[in-house]
Write a protein that binds this ligand. Structure first.
Ligand code: DGJ
Length: 333
């Protein structure tokens, strides 16, 4: 009898260990830890680098490049994750996989994917930076009927005929969509309006004469804040912002978002996420902490920003939490 009991206990213990290892007992997270490994619901570090987020109904979708070690090196990958609270993310898989689009050299890159949802066509339109040795400088487009893909490659081109390296996305309060792209020969970055179906870039709004990449924009209390990093490759630098009352400018001088010596706490901007809650509107800085020689282990630095009266500031990273319903964030120091 005692024998059976011990065996029963052993089996329960073994089952418990097996479940814990497969993540079935994975703990719900209620804190974001900037710079640390960020496990998804399966316990794997999130692979959504150089990414951005949008919300449909009450679900947030986070897209970025998937850079896991074991992937086929001849293809490039975009992954999608979904969440209802911005803290616990479910891996929705690789939503776009592309092998060499046509005649590009083997070392071609696909970076900084950004997805726009078009209410009229009901299509999800992905823009991404496609390049070879960072000299081709084009954007690519892929389209899907669902947020979770599969996305189908459409074409690659120079938006409005200009070179385009890092890209960013912005959707204004009126639903109009804009591509932000770095145009090095013109000495700055452009903000350009997309066509109604989002399948093309139709109008230049601004050429912001600043050597900025990783560009992103948020609108807060009627003022546009654009933010980006300097041009130092994968190495961090002091990210800066400027403001304007119209996307056509004029844009203010650029100012630092953090003490310059901390180099944006070793991160680089990729997106500004605005959460409009019942109590508060919060703006979250999303940055990448790149590990150029171990890209799969690159980390994320997300922090709620101080914003208002034309000022934008990134607080020192610390664990924090958010209530997406109220929009309130709390830095746990
Ligand atoms: C900086 C860009 O922001 C990244 O997206 C990437 O293109 C690196 N340069 C490559 O060095």
């Amino acid at each position: 009898m005692q024998h059976i009991l011990i065996n029963k206990r052993r089996i329960i213990l073994m089952l418990f260990l097996a479940f814990s290892m497969t993540g079935l007992f994975a703990q719900k997270k209620n804190v974001i830890h900037p710079g640390e490994v960020w496990p998804d619901k399966d316990g794997e570090h999130i692979q959504a680098h150089g990414g951005a987020i949008f919300k449909i109904k009450n679900t947030y979708y986070w897209y970025g490049t998937e850079r896991s070690k074991e992937l086929d090196p001849d293809s490039r990958y975009v992954a999608c994750y979904s969440s209802k609270d911005l803290m616990n993310w479910k891996n929705r898989g690789i939503v776009f996989q592309m092998s060499n689009p046509d005649t590009l050299a083997n070392n071609w890159v696909l970076e900084r994917p950004k997805v726009f949802y078009n209410q009229k066509t009901k299509k999800y339109v992905m823009y991404f930076h496609v390049d070879v040795n960072y000299k081709l400088a084009q954007v690519g487009i892929a389209v899907s009927d669902k947020a979770t893909g599969p996305f189908k490659y459409v074409r690659r081109f120079h938006p409005l005929g200009y070179e385009s390296r890092d890209i960013g996305q912005f959707i204004d309060e009126d639903g109009k969509a804009y591509l932000i792209f770095e145009d090095r020969p013109s000495g700055g970055f452009r903000i350009a309006k997309l066509t109604e179906d989002f399948m093309d870039v139709e109008k230049n709004m601004s050429l912001v004469k600043a050597r900025i990449e990783g560009g992103t924009i948020v609108k807060n209390d009627g003022l546009y804040y654009c933010l980006g990093s300097g041009l130092t490759g994968w190495n961090p630098n002091p990210n800066q912002y400027a403001t304007a009352t119209s996307l056509e400018g004029p844009w203010s001088e650029f100012k630092n978002i953090a003490p310059p010596e901390v180099n944006t706490y070793s991160s680089q901007s990729t997106f500004l996420l605005k959460i409009i809650g019942s109590e508060k509107t919060s703006v979250i800085f999303m940055g990448d902490i790149w590990k150029p020689d171990a890209q799969w282990d690159s980390r994320y630095l997300w922090m709620p920003m101080e914003i208002g009266d034309g000022k934008l500031w990134l607080p020192e990273p610390a664990p924090w939490t958010i209530n997406v319903k109220t929009g309130e964030t709390k830095i746990l120091k």
